[in-house]
Design a protein around this ligand. Structure first.
Ligand SMILES: *Cc1c(COP(=O)(O)O)cnc(C)c1O
Length: 222
């Protein structure tokens, strides 16, 4: 099946309230164009420079989708990232949030951000520890900033876990999401729970995801 057909089938299978962010790292410009022309609304990318080049090569088609940074953000790439991405999904410290805020202020932007949760507590991975106090503290700090707006939580889950471990990580993140929403933090617009990739998007939706990030299932193996 073509990329376009695969995307459309996936879109028809996934509930309407769940946003599909097509993860496009390592994909070519024609592949990205095909999925945009098939109706993709959101593209995720892990790398600032590659996404910038892809956007330039895509021309007007690039402007028809929202761009999400789903990889780790280095401080020295923030300025560029704000020109390339509409949403930053990987905020995991107040330092990063403040650095984004400072640069967004100069650009006259209010940037939607998600807090990344290290739900599998893997030392090699980025994200905030999945403990309510830590997440609340960061969320409060982010909400105090004028040029970023907290809109959701994002998680990867365990990279090599079985379905039970993956679900446990998603369930924990969903729980943090609900606790955080109950606080009704002023300035927050918490409506997005971003979790699930090719191998885990079905479980993620069952565990409460409102956004999934499949790549391989749309484009084929990397
Ligand atoms: C690569 C990646 C994805 C997509 O993974 P697939 O297994 O190709 O579906 C989703 N989210 C993040 C953060 C990624 O790095």
């Amino acid at each position: 099946m073509s990329i376009a057909d695969t995307y459309r089938r996936l879109r028809s299978e996934i509930p309407r309230h769940v946003t599909i962010v097509v993860a496009a790292k390592t994909r070519s410009v024609p592949e990205m164009l095909e999925v945009i022309e098939a109706g993709a609304t959101d593209i995720g990318h892990n790398y600032v420079q590659e996404a910038e080049q892809a956007r330039a090569a895509l021309g007007p088609a690039a402007g028809r989708v929202r761009w999400h940074l789903i990889g780790h953000l280095q401080t020295n790439k923030i300025n560029k990232a704000l020109q390339v991405f509409d949403v930053i999904q990987t905020v995991d410290s107040l330092d990063t949030a403040r650095a984004i805020d400072k640069r967004a202020a100069v650009l006259g932007l209010v940037v939607p951000v998600y807090i990344e949760i290290n739900s599998a507590v893997e030392a090699s991975k980025s994200g905030v520890v999945p403990e309510l106090e830590a997440v609340i503290a960061l969320a409060r700090g982010v909400c105090a900033l004028k040029h970023v707006r907290l809109e959701g939580l994002m998680t990867m889950g365990p990279l090599n876990g079985d379905d039970d471990q993956v679900r446990a990580a998603f369930r924990k993140t969903h729980c943090l999401f609900e606790r955080l929403r109950e606080l009704e933090l002023s300035g927050a617009h918490l409506h997005t729970l971003s979790m699930g990739m090719t191998d885990s998007y079905r479980s993620a939706i069952e565990e409460g995801a409102t956004m999934v990030r499949p790549g391989t299932i749309v484009f084929g193996p990397r």
